[in-house]
Each structure stands twice: as C-alpha cells, then as structure tokens.
Design a protein around this ligand. Structure first.
Ligand SMILES: NC(=O)c1ccc[n+]([C@@H]2O[C@H](COP(=O)([O-])OP(=O)(O)OC[C@H]3O[C@@H](n4cnc5c(N)ncnc54)[C@H](O)[C@@H]3O)[C@@H](O)[C@H]2O)c1
Length: 347
C-alpha cells in the first residue's frame, strides 16, 4: 500500500477465484510446497485455529485461522470458515468461507475473498504434494481409493490429475450411495482412463488401494483394524478423525505441523493420549521434503494435515495478484472513510 489516500478495499467473488485458479494445479502445488518450506523455516506466524461451537447445533462449527507469512508474499490475514454438515442434504455445500488479507505495513484489510474454493484448493494441493513426496522410494501407486466422496475428494482428484497422476483403478466408498454415484459421475466426466469401482465395503476399498484418500466428516474413528493396511498403502488422512490410534501406531506418521495436529481429537491427538508421547510421529512433510526424515517403504504411511492458515494466505494472495493483473479487481469505494484524525469524513 502506498500514498496517503484511503486504502483501497476489494471484494473478490467465488467466480473470480475459480477463474484465477482453474488449470493452475501444478503452479498452486508448487506454491503450497514453497509455503510449507517457509513455514518450516520459521518465516510465518500461525497460531492455533479457534473453534467456535454451538450447544444448540452440535454438528456445526466455525473456525478462525489467523496467520502471517513472510518471504516474497509478506501478507497477514484470517480465514473464517463454517462447517455445517446438514447443508449437504439441503443442497448447498457443507463449508463456506471468507478470507481477509491484511497489509503487512499498515495492518489495513485490503481484500475479502470468497474462500471455500481457496480452502479446497490449498487442501487438495497439499494432498497432491504429499502423494508425490511420500511415494518416492516405492512403486508409484496405480490404485487410488477415495473414502468419503464430497467436494474435497473431488478437488483432490483434480489436483492429483493436474499434477500428472493417472490410475489404473479408482475405488470409491461413501456411506451415502448418492455421494458415491455423484463422485463416480464426476470421475467419468473428468475423462479419467482408470476403471472405477464403487465399494460398499470399507475394508475392500482400503485393501484394493495403494493410495487411500480419507475425506469424510467422521467425528471419531470408524476404521479400527490395522490388518486392512498390511499392504502398506500411502494414506492421505485429510479428514483427520477416521483412523483408530492403533492404525497410526502401526504406520509411519507425518503431519503438516505437530502443534496444530495434536489437538481437537484428531487421530494423532488420540494416539498421543493413548501412548502418552509423540514418539509415533516421524515428523512433518517439510521434514521429508528437506531430507530430515526418510519414509520407509515397508510400512503404511499416514499423512494427517491439520490445514494451515498460511496456505490459505498464500493461495489467497496469489488470487488477489491474478485478479489485479487482469484488471478485474472490484474496489469498494470509500470502504475506509474516517481517515483524518480531527476532521470528520473523507481525507
Ligand atoms: N485437513 C484439512 O486441511 C481439511 C481442509 C478442508 C476440509 N477438510 C475435511 O475434509 C472433509 C470432507 O469435506 P467435504 O467438504 O468434502 O465434505 P462433504 O460433506 O462434501 O463430503 C463428505 C462425505 O463423506 C461421507 N461420509 C461421512 N462419514 C463417512 C464415513 N464414516 N464413511 C464413508 N463416508 C462418509 C459423506 O456421506 C459425504 O459424502 C471434512 O471432514 C473436512 O473437515 C480437511
């Protein structure tokens, strides 16, 4: 922000966000990789997420993710994201969100962006990045299984495909037959060459997959038998609460950020409570990328990403810059109005 006039404040719609991100899967995955490295190097501030819950609506929550990121991006901000699972039955997505970007030098908010797309995008980019790094040193998975097939599963498939993954077999499992059928329809329209199988049985899906993506809305573990994982798959545990601690204890465990992930009754949190230690954690994805941790091939690998606000900031700033470059930025005139200390009205 420069000059002495009123700081401009822009609103960026979901349509603009989607336009800025469409077809950029590789670029965004690289941006997420850079952001993890920056975070790992300490050039970020990412306090714990704050969970707002409601006694009268126990399944719902709204989470605040404040963050600050340095490097070339130099931006602060806040993601404010709601999860209302009953929305899906009413025909609208579970999650809705806005992202506020704040100027590094003045603190002024300078943009409000629709952020359900940004959130799904950074989550999917992080999953695709983990799939790449955690399968190095073992045969590249040709069989993927999606356990829970809502919006996040769709984004993760899009990001895997956009990063060059193709599969011989794509397994699908969801408690809702309608969701499984909807996801299958999406896969078919995506032009995938893989054979698609809908599994009613969760065990069969897992045993038939070398890469397993969990994207359910389960609040507590419902997959409890470690023997289902004896073929040593790579597991992207994006929904965080599906796996019993015993499964984690029989696996190599990576997270995005240790302090963040060992909270809020995630499966890693339960494993810590069960064992009284963090010894079951091998480290973070950044540790793997930096070569500080090596992932053994002869065990299941579970990546549990809590989801970091710094990723939302990085992707949000990318969108802001793209929309600005395209000349389509909608600035709200006079948003900040009381700008002279002792004289009312505009500067
Ligand atoms: N870790 C992260 O950074 C991150 C970021 C975004 C979303 N998420 C998580 O991803 C998950 C999916 O989000 P979404 O927007 O796709 O939700 P969604 O409601 O669109 O889809 C979830 C699907 O899971 C299915 N499901 C629920 N319980 C199941 C079970 N026990 N077995 C099989 N299927 C089951 C539902 O029927 C539904 O089709 C949520 O838990 C969300 O919190 C994580």
């Amino acid at each position: 922000m420069t000059g002495t006039g009123a700081p401009p404040f822009a609103v960026i719609s979901g349509a603009q966000v989607q336009q800025a991100l469409r077809g950029r899967e590789r670029q965004i995955t690289e941006l997420v990789e850079d952001t993890y490295r920056l975070h790992g190097a300490g050039d970020s501030v990412n306090p714990p997420s704050y969970f707002l819950r409601f006694p009268d609506r126990p399944s719902a929550r709204i989470i605040a993710l404040p963050a600050s990121i340095g490097g070339k991006l130099r931006v602060d901000g806040l993601k404010w994201i709601s999860s209302f699972p009953e929305n899906v039955a009413a025909g609208i997505p579970r999650a809705s969100a806005v992202l506020i970007l704040n100027d590094h030098d003045t603190g002024y908010p300078f943009a409000c962006l629709e952020s359900s797309i940004i959130s799904a995008t950074r989550t999917a980019a992080s999953a695709a990045l983990a799939a790449d790094w955690l399968t190095r040193g073992r045969p590249r998975p040709a069989r993927v299984g999606f356990f829970g097939t809502g919006l996040i599963a769709r984004y993760i498939h899009t990001f895997l495909a956009g990063n060059g993954w193709s599969f011989d077999e794509i397994g699908v499992h969801d408690l809702s037959a309608g969701s499984a059928a909807g996801f299958r329809g999406y896969l078919e329209s995506s032009g995938t060459a893989g054979r698609i199988t809908v599994y009613e049985d969760a065990e069969q899906l897992i045993r038939s997959s070398d890469l397993v993506v969990f994207a359910t809305i389960a609040g507590e573990p419902h997959v409890t038998d470690p023997s289902w994982f004896e073929h040593n798959p790579v597991v992207l545990h994006v929904s965080l609460r599906d796996l019993a601690p015993e499964i984690l204890l029989a696996s190599t465990n990576l997270v995005d950020d240790v302090e963040h992930c060992l909270k809020a009754s995630t499966s890693p949190h339960l494993a810590e409570q069960l064992t009284g230690s963090r010894d079951f954690l091998a480290g973070t994805l950044d540790d793997v990328m930096a070569g500080r941790v090596t992932v053994p091939a002869g065990r299941p690998v579970v990546f549990s990403p809590f989801g970091l606000g710094v990723l939302d900031l990085a992707v949000g700033k990318y969108v802001y810059d793209e929309v600005t470059r395209s000349g389509e930025l909608h600035v709200i005139d006079d948003f900040f109005h009381e700008l002279r200390r002792y004289a009312p009205g505009p500067a």
